[in-house]
Write a protein that binds this ligand. Structure first.
Ligand SMILES: *Cc1c(COP(=O)(O)O)cnc(C)c1O
Length: 472
């Protein structure tokens, strides 16, 4: 399997060449040259497999030239009962006769991002050991991504993490989750400003190509292909554990932000998984819902982006979306490039409502959006009727899923985080504090390790230089 760019760059890359990369040189995103298809016999064979073996089977065609024995060892080391709370790794939790949660947030940071990030930590460490290089991951976080990255990379050889976060602006739980890590390779940098400024600082440092090369700076954002493909696995697991007979339809509802999670579902469908409908749920930041209803994609500015009570879905544009559009347009790279550079650049939007692709996309993905009041109401209703406590993001998924139920088609709503992470909103909805997994019981009492920094790019560069010098 080789990889190509959504904007048509011709050089064909292999998995090990794109593993540590962000954008392709032409500004596009990497995708595999094709999606291997699995037939019913193959799916039946996968049905009985433990999660790690399933992961091996799904990832195998995408990861060449990584050898099979190494991949097998890495997935088995990653998907353990110890890291994910049970030997099942992902859990199906019914909330009523039609809807079940696909529980993929049982990892160390209590959000689905651990499912991919934990594997990425091991893939990166292996690749760096092979090449003899080192990697300094520079990122900015408003909560979930940063902690998932730190827990995946802590203690890994050849890797350091420099994670910027807005000082005093995350929940006590999220802050403690990151700042209580005391591994020498994890650097928490608390910037005396807002999240957008943190992101600007990361862009400024990454834009200094000389500095970037000298200090082996890389990122680990949601456009990384390995992250997407690791998420494909749990759609297979969810389907295979739901149906009696292979071929029966199942729909999935996905609380969405950067379109990474639901893109993985789209890939699973292209690989032959009998997914009926994908239901895309957004919060008040409804740029994707708007597209799937009207065919118009109009990214917002940071100023038009709402701060909501499902904060991990507060996006102004969806960074993985270009991959879906490329597939939707029959992999026409020239058109994809024109839409994302010329149309977005000149007009600020593009419009596919008059294109034959519009009908195709509405047949695959339907959408809806939620807001604070509906979120609270949904958390309360699910709690009252089933005794299951759901987090605010999952609640957006459940709320939108309810509008798209079809007779005899089971609906799996991806549970993207556990309620323990967002206790203020849970408290507001049902007047109770969510239970804590044992490993996070005393989180806020642990000593915290972080440096406070002004919003100053030079100070950040000095800090990075000081902590990477003398190590190659
Ligand atoms: C990251 C995140 C999302 C959004 O996922 P995308 O892959 O960006 O669409 C939704 N919910 C939670 C809790 C998250 O952390």
């Amino acid at each position: 399997m080789h990889y190509l760019s959504t904007r048509g760059e011709s050089a064909q890359r292999s998995f090990d060449e794109i593993l540590l990369e962000g954008l392709a040189p032409d500004g596009g995103l990497y995708l595999p040259a094709h999606y291997p298809r699995l037939g019913s016999d193959e799916l039946r064979r996968l049905q009985a497999m433990p999660y790690a073996d399933l992961a091996f089977e799904i990832l195998r065609p995408y990861t060449h030239p990584l050898d099979a024995a190494t991949l097998r060892a890495l997935v088995h080391a990653t998907y353990t009962a110890q890291a994910f709370g049970s030997a099942d790794i992902v859990r199906i939790k019914p909330i009523d006769a039609h809807i079940s949660l696909l529980g993929v947030s049982e990892g160390p940071t209590l959000a689905f991002k651990d499912m991919a990030m934990q594997l990425l930590g091991r893939l990166f460490e292996h690749a760096l050991a092979q090449s003899g290089h080192e990697l300094n991951i520079l990122g900015a976080t408003s909560g979930d991504t940063g902690s998932a990255a730190e827990y995946a990379m802590r203690g890994r050889r050849g890797i350091r993490v420099f994670m910027l976060s807005p000082f005093g602006k995350m929940s006590a739980f999220q802050t403690a989750q990151m700042y209580s890590l005391n591994d020498a390779n994890i650097h928490n940098i608390a910037v005396q400003d807002v999240f957008d400024t943190c992101q600007d600082m990361v862009k400024a440092v990454s834009g200094d190509l000389d500095f970037k090369r000298r200090h082996h700076i890389g990122t680990i954002n949601s456009i990384n292909w390995a992250r997407v493909v690791a998420q494909v696995v749990y759609y297979f697991a969810g389907y295979l554990r739901t149906v009696q007979r292979i071929g029966e339809p199942v729909s999935f509802a996905v609380p969405s932000g950067n379109f990474g999670n639901i893109l993985a579902a789209h890939v699973a469908k292209q690989m032959g998984l009998p997914i009926h409908k994908l239901v895309l749920a957004t919060n008040e930041n409804n740029v994707l819902d708007e597209f799937f209803r009207t065919g118009v994609y109009r990214p917002r500015s940071p100023a038009q982006t709402h701060h909501t009570s499902s904060p991990s879905m507060d996006i102004s544009k969806a960074s993985n979306f270009e991959r879906y559009v490329f597939d939707l347009l029959g992999r026409d790279a020239a058109r994809t490039r024109a839409l994302f550079t010329r149309d977005l650049g000149e007009k600020g939007y593009f419009d596919l409502s008059q294109d034959p692709a519009f009908a195709r996309m509405q047949a695959e993905i339907v959408s809806g959006s939620s807001d604070h009041a509906l979120r609270l109401k949904t958390i309360r209703a699910v709690w009252d009727h089933s005794g299951v406590m759901i987090d605010p993001h999952t609640a957006d998924g459940v709320a939108v899923a309810r509008d798209h139920l079809e007779h005899d088609v089971p609906m799996l709503v991806v549970e993207t985080a556990l309620p323990a992470k967002f206790s203020d909103t849970i408290q507001e909805a049902i007047g109770q504090t969510p239970p804590r997994p044992p490993a996070t019981q005393d989180l806020e009492q642990r000593p915290q390790r972080f440096v406070v920094m002004p919003a100053d790019v030079e100070a950040l560069k000095d800090y990075i230089a000081e902590h990477t010098m003398g190590h190659g």
